[in-house]
Ligand binder design. Sequence first.
Ligand SMILES: *Cc1c(COP(=O)(O)O)cnc(C)c1O
Length: 399
Amino acid sequence: MELDEIIQKDKKYYMNTFGNRIPVCFTHGKGIYLYDNDGNEYRDFFAGIAVCALGHSHPALVNAICDQAKKLIHCSNLYYIEQQARLAELIVENSCADRVFFANSGAEANEGAIKLARLYFRKKGMPDKYEIVTLYNSFHGRTLATLAATGQEKYQKPFAPLTPKFSHVPINDVQALEKAINENTCAVMLEPVQGEGGVHPATAEYMNAVRKICDEKGILLIFDEVQCGLGRTGKLFAYQHYGVEPDIFTLAKALAGGFPIGALCAKEHVASAFEPGEHGSTFGGNPLACSAGLAVLSTIINEKLSDNAAEVGNYFFEKMDSLKNKFPIISEVRGKGLMIGIEFAKPVAKQVNMKLFERRYLLGTSGENVLRILPPLIVTKEDMDGLINVLAEVLQDIN
Ligand SMILES: *Cc1c(COP(=O)(O)O)cnc(C)c1O
């Protein structure tokens, strides 16, 4: 089908939640490359929003999905599922978690985290401890509870009233957090590196202080690693940069490389609050999703893709230092590993992004000022050189 025809159908039949999308339709991909229905080749530096960690058409993932689809796609959680047990084991063996529950998305994993935090205190005889403190500029999902957790008014406003008892404080402000916690607080929830909100990493000082405050007050610490987890920041989990462990953390985006999955992970003393019947999912953790997850996570671990993310990320940050000197419109380059934000002194991010798209480079934005880079974790220094050259070309014309 021609692109124009696809766009017409979309405009007519699809709900208008995405507005004018970037005018391209991809048919296939390989590695960091994507191809549209006119045969044009693009370099993908956004990886389907931090999802396609292995790049496109990675044989380990393709084979896992094809093989499993031929055998058994779904059977429900009424029965034991080998792939589910093995993927849970792989996550536990490589993280601070003792137990895992699989959902189908990031928001759903976070919903599970919120439910588990509340239930944990209810089972301890403290049913009034249900308030959760999160951060401004956070993003935790689009369901009613995760919207309430998301500290960005623009997402929340149209859907009031939201799930009550969420409050928000600025990132890296210990005093504000201390003030926001009261006797009804059950948890603090945060992204170690904020993604959608503009790529803001928490500082090590802050993360250590947050853990200490949670311990002192006897409340739970939840990390949303839906975007920053799974090698993206140069460690398998972003919390490993800080020497701080959460009681609960969530995963999703990259976990099955594009097959929908989410994971709620927790330490035993917290996880044990869930008893049979208190949480569940029809699709969650089915054989196909978990086969895909096993293929992706074992590849990330065995091929040390988090090390590649650290190395290529550091290389990029160094190179960007000189580009920043040349182009004063770049006010800051921040992030960790391959989770990168370039902030401009003017609201030109969308314009820069479109000019990169015209040169067939795919990136993303946050707000008006931040260009976001989330390449597949298999990206090379040479790939990044190509991006930097094109970015320099594009910035020549921006003022
Ligand atoms: C994308 C994202 C979510 C929501 O994930 P969905 O799969 O879209 O529901 C939650 N938290 C963070 C940090 C995210 O980046």
